[in-house]
Ligand binder design. Structure first.
Ligand SMILES: CC(=O)N[C@H]1[C@@H](OP(=O)(O)OP(=O)(O)OC[C@H]2O[C@@H](n3ccc(=O)[nH]c3=O)[C@H](O)[C@@H]2O)O[C@H](CO)[C@@H](O)[C@@H]1O
Length: 356
């Protein structure tokens, strides 16, 4: 039996794809181990979805882009993580490593190189993240979602497209309506501020909620720690920090989406053919990957987008009206788009590149 180490964490966007391929890997008889950070979202999601898979925590640095005294300690934390990773690879006789990115993946990537194990990386965004840029030096292959990303990895980049968790296609709209106490009279608008929630989007929803509730029923995924008091009091409004098992049903019931532009989430909405309004995380606080993702989606006719800087409630409401007006065309463009690969095809590709 082959043993495979999966890694990726920090945000749910660096875990989703691993969750999607685990059933296929298990069916092919792999022994799977997950390497992440203790207390990270990766540990929480793995415990929730796959509690039988051993989770190993390692030490890692944060790879901050800003000055902090913590930066001086980080190289030592990464080195400790490399030593732990080498020990884990040897102890469990890992044959190959698959990394979905995030800073926790860097020590394991370096350990893969030092122990001569094949390493495959996946990059979801148009421009690669810092962790993947570093880890790519030790990788055999970097699988990308966007075609233009492969050029960042000469000789190693391979376009694979987005992978969607199969359970997202199995939701029941009726189940969601019953559970949420929603009627069939008004469309449902789902709001997702990325896996961690978005203070900006939450604020816009709070400011426009009474207006929105005359046209929509709202499912608001606000993020951990972003719910204040008794916000769920209105019968057409339900707020949650983060949902897991219910997400397929909530997505099936949704007629429209407002979201950040994280790669996993927007490709899920595309695969489910949901008209969407994207407000990407600003370039001021990120490398601008979400701005690129959102512009790409708008250019393909899959989404309406506005940037968050200077966004007023009037602009916000206007963009929502535009999404409603463009609904039919958006669904048509989404229907014409290339279908995402299946987990079987993705794992075939992984196996092919491990052998290289
Ligand atoms: C702040 C930050 O660094 N964001 C990055 C992070 O986003 P983030 O972690 O938000 O990831 P994505 O938006 O790509 O994916 C979010 C995932 O969480 C799931 N979900 C969300 C809410 C919920 O209640 N339940 C649930 O299961 C979604 O279905 C999706 O699978 O990784 C993405 C992929 O590399 C990047 O594009 C983003 O720029």
């Amino acid at each position: 039996m082959k043993t495979i180490f999966l890694t990726g964490g920090g945000t749910a966007g660096h875990v989703s794809l691993n969750l999607a391929i685990i059933p296929e890997l298990e069916q092919r008889g792999y022994a799977i181990h997950y390497v992440g950070q203790a207390g990270g979202i990766e540990e929480e999601l793995m415990q929730g979805y796959y509690p039988h898979i051993p989770f190993h925590s390692i030490s890692t640095g944060k790879l901050r882009r800003y000055f902090s005294l913590q930066n001086a300690k980080d190289p030592f934390k990464v080195l400790a993580g490399v030593a732990q990773s080498i020990a884990l690879i040897r102890k469990h006789k890992a044959d190959a490593i698959f990394s979905k990115g995030g800073f926790v993946s860097v020590p394991l990537a370096l350990a893969a190189k030092l122990t001569n194990r094949p390493l495959i990386i996946h990059e979801s965004d148009m421009s690669p993240g810092l962790a993947n840029k570093i880890a790519s030096k030790f990788a055999n292959t970097i699988l990308t979602v966007f075609e233009s990303t492969a050029k960042h990895f000469p000789g190693k980049g391979v376009v694979v497209g987005p992978l969607i968790r199969p359970e997202l296609f199995k939701g029941s709209a009726e189940k969601a309506r019953t559970q949420l106490g929603f009627s069939n009279n008004l469309p449902i608008l789902l709001v997702m501020g990325g896996s961690q929630g978005s203070a900006k989007i939450n604020q816009l929803i709070r400011e426009t909620r009474s207006e929105l509730l005359s046209d929509f029923q709202l499912i608001h995924l606000a993020g951990k720690g972003h719910i204040h008091g008794d916000e769920g009091a209105h019968p057409g409004y339900r707020i949650f920090e983060f949902v897991t098992d219910e997400l397929p049903d909530y997505l099936a019931a949704s007629d429209y989406i407002i979201s950040r532009a994280g790669s996993n989430a927007i490709f899920e909405f595309l695969a489910l053919k949901k008209p969407m309004y994207l407000i990407p995380l600003s370039k001021k606080v990120s490398r601008g990957d979400q701005v690129e993702n959102a512009h790409y989606f708008a250019s393909k006719g899959f989404a309406v987008t506005t940037e968050e800087d200077m966004l007023t409630t009037t602009d916000f409401m206007e963009a929502i009206h535009q999404m409603v007006r463009d609904r039919k065309q958006m669904i048509q463009s989404q229907t014409d788009a290339q279908q995402p690969p299946l987990p079987q095809q993705f794992v075939d590709l992984l196996e092919m590149h491990w052998q290289k």
